[in-house]
Ligand binder design. Structure first.
Ligand code: 0RA
Length: 639
């Protein structure tokens, strides 16, 4: 784009947004979501998005992201470089304007589809506003140009500092401690995100270097020539698949393109990830609706024309054809409209038909050309259809049973007396004996207790009909009140906190994972709404003189002992919840004023999915590696 055009792009809106960066510093949450960890990471994503835009426009092949020892980040790309010429109207360089003016919505890239990522579309100026300092270096028109900013304001002029025949942009910034409460980047969070970006942009190489620990520098390269097909292969890597070839379809029109990749596995769960301009559209939208419609139609058509479904047979449902499906749907388009609670549902109505017709045509072709794979897919859907009838019967049985009983709530639930769900919580407790202690310990006005016997069913391995006939799971569903899957209704939740309380040992961790797997697969909205928590019972009780101190892990115990030099500490280790008396259980784990709850959240559905697969699936080898790698990391729950 010529710098003259850039000026035009700023023409109309410019006056009102001139001092926009002050607004960003005043209300950072509005622009990056929060001033906690989430917002901090958003800065990196926003910076990287600009380079990804260059890649989408076809000008950039490599992006380097470096986490530096001093807490700053460098994002380097080999794109065209931010324009450096003066824009006469402002008497400033285009670069300074890009860095200091808030521009809402679509960017002004050229070539390709003029698409642009970035959830808020607010651009690099927001990163500048929220950084203690930010330095830009651009290679362009034979020169190297550089400029420095502090808290959004230029503190040097744009200067030519050297010569080069290369082009590209380097942005270094240090998040402002006056704005962010949390300043430490999580390696895994950033690495996951960059990996995802590389999958979504086939052929783009993204290199992450983490130099924060000088003794242990880390470097990862993400480059996927197969794009979203490699993504699907990765998602299915710990599963057994039923196809020889991964399906890939692509379609393009004037202002949009769609890519879909899919492969079935032998499991029961479907995982469809949708993206628009590289943004994960968690809430789905018109592209997802179009994809689902095409899938149901095409597989039914194929099954009928090839004699798998007879005239008298009913059609396969959407759920039938999605069982065991892993798919990635990626749309790149101009002016996406994002709707929904978290602005992650694609709203553009015409995208439904575009995705639907593309998938109808190309998927039918694939099935015709790959009869072996087609047969496996159709058979899988037919089996799912038969299981669906069985599951319906099982569900109806549950419903009938609950109507027969005078109270539909499970017998072993010790309910609370208050009826307002927003004030109520339910403890899901491992074992009847700990359940008994918890019943004595609780404040019965607002705390309900549901003891769960032994290990609940692993829903990753069992189909719906077995899941619905499990008594423990029936009790859980009726106690929570929300129902599951398509019938899920958050408004019916009987408690706004579901707290998993298990022993602090391996069995406890396993039961906790089984419960989380159930929630993730059958009631994901419950997690998304932030209703699911994990209680943190202490591991030790230290008695020092007359004082009792609880320690939640070994590090904490060591610290307490060190701080108490001189006096002798008596240490009691709790092997399970059952070893605490009700008073101790209340003090440490159930009293809202003193307990320490972990809220479970799924920021990244892809990594959550990987985790549950690995922990719960059939692949013993990858499960072992995962557990070894994460053994001491209790926070893996904080997904
Ligand atoms: C404005 C216009 C053009 C490119 C860019 C901005 C640009 C921004 C960033 C931020 C990080 N890396 C970037 N690379 C490019 C188009 C320039 C042209 O037409 O030559």
């Amino acid at each position: 784009m010529e710098e003259k055009d850039l000026e035009e792009a700023y023409d109309a809106k410019s006056i009102t947004v001139l001092d926009g960066l002050e607004a960003v510093r005043k209300r950072p949450g509005m622009y990056v979501g929060s001033t906690g960890t989430r917002g901090l990471h958003h800065l990196v994503y926003e910076a990287v998005d600009n380079s990804i835009d260059e890649a989408m426009a076809g000008y950039c092949k490599h992006i380097f992201v470096t986490l530096e020892e001093d807490g700053s980040v460098a994002v380097i790309d080999d794109g065209r470089g931010i324009p450096v010429g003066e824009i006469p109207r402002f008497k400033k360089s285009a670069l300074e304007i890009v860095l200091t003016m808030l521009h809402a919505g679509g960017k002004f890239g050229s070539g390709g589809y003029k698409v642009s990522g970035g959830l808020h579309g607010v651009g690099i100026s927001v990163v500048n506003a929220l950084s203690e300092w930010l330095e830009v270096e651009v290679g362009r028109e034979g020169g190297v140009f550089s400029q420095r900013f502090e808290r959004g304001k230029a503190v040097s002029k744009l200067e030519k500092v050297g010569d080069t025949n290369k082009t590209g942009t380097i942005i270094r910034f240090k998040p402002d401690p006056k704005i962010f409460e949390e300043l430490e980047f999580k390696h895994d969070t950033i690495s996951q995100r960059l990996r995802e970006m590389a999958y979504l942009n086939a052929g783009l190489e993204i290199i992450l270097e983490d130099k924060r620990d000088p003794n242990e520098p880390r470097k990862e390269t993400f480059l996927y020539k197969g794009g979203i097909s490699d993504f699907v292969q990765f998602l299915n890597s710990s599963k057994e698949t039923i196809q020889k070839r991964i399906i890939f379809v692509k379609g393009a029109r004037e202002d949009a393109e769609v890519e879909v990749s899919m492969q079935y596995n032998t499991g029961f769960i479907d995982n469809i990830f949708t993206f628009t301009n590289n943004i994960n559209t968690h809430e789905g939208g018109t592209h997802l609706i179009g994809f689902k419609a095409a899938l149901t139609r095409t597989i039914n058509d194929y099954a009928r024309t090839h004699g798998h479904l007879k005239d008298k047979d009913g059609s396969l449902t959407g759920e039938d054809v999605r069982e065991g499906l892993t798919a990635v749907v990626s749309v790149k388009m101009q002016e996406p409209q994002f709707e929904g609670q978290t602005k992650t549902r694609l709203g553009n109505p015409d995208i439904k038909g575009f995705v639907e017709s593309t998938v109808n045509a190309r998927l039918a072709e694939f099935l015709e050309e790959n009869p072996g794979d087609a047969k496996n897919i159709v058979n899988k859907a037919l089996t799912a259809g038969r299981a669906r009838s069985a599951a319906r019967q099982a569900r109806e049985l549950v419903r009938r049973q609950s109507i027969l009983e005078s109270s539909s709530l499970p017998g072993k639930l010790a309910d609370c007396s208050i009826k307002d769900p927003s004030l109520c919580e339910i403890y899901l407790v491992e074992g009847d004996s700990a359940g008994g202690s918890a019943k004595q310990a609780r404040d019965r006005s607002f705390q309900a207790i549901l003891p769960l016997r032994g290990k609940i069913l692993n829903v990753e391995k069992a189909g719906p009909s077995r899941v619905f006939s499990s008594l423990e799971i029936q009790a859980l569903i009726t106690a929570l009140g929300t129902n599951v899957r398509d019938d899920f209704d958050i408004e019916k939740a009987r408690y706004h906190r579901a707290i998993i309380m298990t022993d602090a040992d391996v069995d406890g961790a396993h039961i906790r994972t089984l419960l989380l797997t159930f929630f993730y697969r059958y009631m994901p909205e419950l997690i998304e709404e932030g209703y699911v928590y994990v209680a943190q019972p202490p591991l030790y009780r230290l008695t020092i003189g007359k004082k009792h101190i609880y320690a939640y892990d070994d590090t904490e115990m060591d610290r307490v002992i060190k701080e108490n030099d001189g006096k002798k500490a008596q240490v009691q280790r709790f092997k399970g919840l059952g070893e605490m008396n009700p008073e101790q259980l209340w003090e440490t784990t159930m009293d809202p004023a003193r307990r320490n709850l972990l809220q479970v959240n799924i920021d990244d559905a892809v990594s959550a999915d990987m985790m549950f697969n690995t922990l719960m699936g059939n692949d013993v080898e990858s499960r072992r590696t995962f557990i070894q790698e994460h053994a001491s990391d209790v926070r893996f729950l904080d997904i």
